[in-house]
Design a protein around this ligand. Structure first.
Ligand SMILES: Cc1ncc(COP(=O)(O)O)c(C=O)c1O
Length: 443
C-alpha cells in the first residue's frame, strides 16, 4: 500500500518491485512522526539533536565566507573518498576516543547511515547473517533488511552486549551452516538502550569476533556525548594492538554538529576502504562537497569542542529531568517497571512488567499527548512489546517532566485495565532476564 497524502490505496506497481523491497517498510518511528510532531504532544519518541544550541549567526558567517571565497570548488563535484582536509580533521576527532587513524583509511559518507549502507552493500549477500544487539538501532535493522540479511539478536544488558551471548549466537549460526558476515554494535550510549559496553567487555567482544573470524562494525555517533569524565575509548582503539583489521568504525557529525548536513564517515581496513570508495562512487559519485566544506570550515574556525561540551551539558540536564520524573511517577504505579540510566547519548530504555504492552498502549499515549517509540521497532523478530525507548534529547526539561506525568497516567490506566479484565500480572511481578524477558528488580 502506498500513502497518497489523504488516503492509502492499492499499489499498482506491487508485483514489479524487486524482492529486496519486501523488507522495506516505514519504520514505526516514521509512522509516529506525523502525530508526535504536533505541538501539543510531548515527544519522547524522536532522536533529533537539539540544534537550537548551535551558534547559528556564527555558522551563517562561515557559510557566507565559504561561498564568497571558495564557492567554485565547494560547489563542485569532489573526491569519492571525501575531502582530504576534512578526512584529516576526522582523524583528530577520532583521536578523542583513542583511535589512531590515517586519513587515507577514512571514507566520508552521507551520515553514518550511508556508512552502514555501504558496508552492508559490500559484504552482505541475501541470506547472510548479521548479529545485532537485542535491541538494536532501528535504522541499522532497516539497512540489513533492505539487503535481505538475516538478523540474529544477541543479548544486551546494563553492561552492553553480553560477550557470552555473542559467542553463543555465532556458534549457533555456524552450527546450522549460516554465513555470518558482520557483528553490528553501538557500544557507547546505545541507541535505543542507553547502555555502554564496559571496558573489559570491549576486549572480550573483540576476542569473540576473532575466534569466529567475523568483522565487527562499531557504530559510534554518540561517543563524544558522555556526561562524566573522559570520552570512552572506542572498541577500534582497543583493537589497535593487533586487531584493528577486525573493526569497521562508523562516525558522524550529526549529533555533535548538525544532522541536516549529513556528514559521517567510515574508518576501515585499507582493502575494505578501497571497496567502500567504489561503492560510494556508484551510490553518489561523491559525498556532498558543500556539506563537507561547511563542517570543515566550522571545525577550523569555531570552538567546536566547546560546542560539544555545551551539548553534553544540555543533554545531561535533560537526562536528569527524565530519570527524576520516572522515579517520581512510575514505581508506585507499576513496581516491576525498570529503566536504564544512560551516562551519555540520547536514550532511556524502559521495560514494563509482564502483561503490559507498550505497542498496544501507544495510541492511548498519543491521545494523552505523549509519544515514545515502542520496543518492537528495535527487534527484527517482533520482541520488545513490553519495552519503550524514551528520548530526552529534544524536549526541554519542563516538557520532559510533563511528558512523564502524562505517560504515568497512561500506564496507570493500563494497569487498571489489566487488573479488571486481564491476568492481573502487571503490578509488581519481578523475575530476571534480558530486556525483553520478564523484568528483574527495579534498581
Ligand atoms: C546508532 C546510530 N547509528 C547511525 C545513526 C545515523 O546517523 P547519521 O545522521 O549520521 O546518518 C543514528 C541516528 O540516530 C544512530 O542512532
Amino acid at each position: 500500500m502506498a500513502s497518497t497524502g489523504h488516503h492509502t490505496r492499492f499499489d499498482a506497481y506491487g508485483d514489479r518491485y524487486a524482492t529486496r523491497t519486501k523488507g522495506m517498510n516505514a519504520s514505526e518511528i516514521r509512522a509516529l512522526f506525523a502525530v508526535a510532531s504536533r505541538p501539543e504532544v510531548v515527544s519522547l519518541a524522536g532522536g533529533m539533536p537539539s540544534i537550537s544550541g548551535l551558534p547559528l549567526d556564527a555558522l551563517a558567517g562561515s557559510v557566507h565566507r565559504l561561498v564568497a571565497t571558495h564557492g567554485a570548488s565547494a560547489l563542485q563535484y569532489g573526491s569519492g573518498q571525501g575531502d582530504p582536509v576534512l578526512r584529516a580533521q576526522i582523524c583528530t576527532v577520532m583521536a578523542l576516543v583513542g583511535i589512531d587513524a590515517d586519513p587515507e583509511d577514512v571514507v566520508v559518507t552521507v551520515g553514518s547511515q550511508q556508512g552502514l549502507d555501504l558496508v552492508t552493500r559490500i559484504f552482505c549477500d541475501p541470506g547472510d547473517v548479521v548479529v545485532c544487539e537485542a535491541p538494536s538501532y532501528v535504522g541499522a535493522l532497516g539497512v540489513f533488511r533492505a539487503y535481505e540479511c538475516e538478523v540474529v539478536h544477541a543479548e544486551l544488558d546494563d553492561g552492553g552486549l553480553v560477550p557470552a551471548a555473542l559467542d553463543q549466537a555465532l556458534r549457533a549460526a555456524a552450527a546450522r551452516g549460516a554465513r555470518v558476515k558482520l557483528v553490528y554494535t553501538v557500544p557507547t550510549y546505545h541507541n535505543p538502550a542507553g547502555v555502554t559496553l564496559s571496558e573489559q567487555r570491549r576486549t572480550e567482544v573483540l576476542d569473540v569476533c576473532a575466534a569466529h573470524d567475523v568483522l565487527l562494525v562499531e557504530d559510534d555517533p554518540y561517543g563524544l556525548l558522555g556526561f562524566s569524565g573522559e570520552p570512552v575509548r572506542a572498541i577500534r582503539a582497543a583493537a589497535q594492538s593487533g586487531a584493528a583489521d577486525r573493526v569497521v568504525y562508523l562516525g558522524s557529525f550529526s549529533k555533535t554538529f548538525a544532522p541536516g548536513l549529513r556528514v559521517g564517515w567510515v574508518l576501515a581496513p585499507h582493502a575494505v576502504r578501497e571497496k567502500l570508495v567504489l561503492a560510494q562512487e556508484s551510490a553518489t559519485l561523491c559525498p556532498p562537497s558543500f556539506s563537507q566544506r561547511v563542517v570543515s570550515t566550522y571545525v577550523a574556525e569555531h570552538d567546536w569542542l566547546g560546542q560539544v561540551k555545551a551539548f553534553r551539558e544540555l543533554y545531561r540536564e535533560r537526562r536528569d529531568a527524565l530519570l527524576d520524573a520516572l522515579a517520581e511517577h512510575l514505581p508506585q504505579i507499576v513496581p516491576g517497571v525498570r529503566w536504564t540510566r544512560p551516562d551519555g547519548g540520547f536514550y532511556v530504555w524502559l521495560t514494563l512488567p509482564e502483561g503490559l504492552d507498550a505497542q498496544a498502549m501507544l495510541p492511548r499515549a498519543v491521545t494523552n499527548r505523549v509519544a515514545y517509540v515502542p520496543g518492537t521497532a528495535f527487534y527484527a523478530d517482533g520482541s520488545g512489546r513490553r519495552c519503550m525507548r524514551l528520548s530526552y534529547c529534544h524536549p526541554t526539561p519542563a516538557r520532559i517532566r510533563e511528558g512523564v506525568r502524562r505517560l504515568a497516567d497512561v500506564v496507570a490506566a493500563e494497569v487498571d485495565l489489566h487488573e479488571t479484565f486481564g491476568t492481573g500480572r502487571a503490578r509488581g511481578r519481578t523475575t530476571t532476564g534480558g530486556y525483553d524477558a520478564p523484568p528483574a528488580d527495579q534498581s
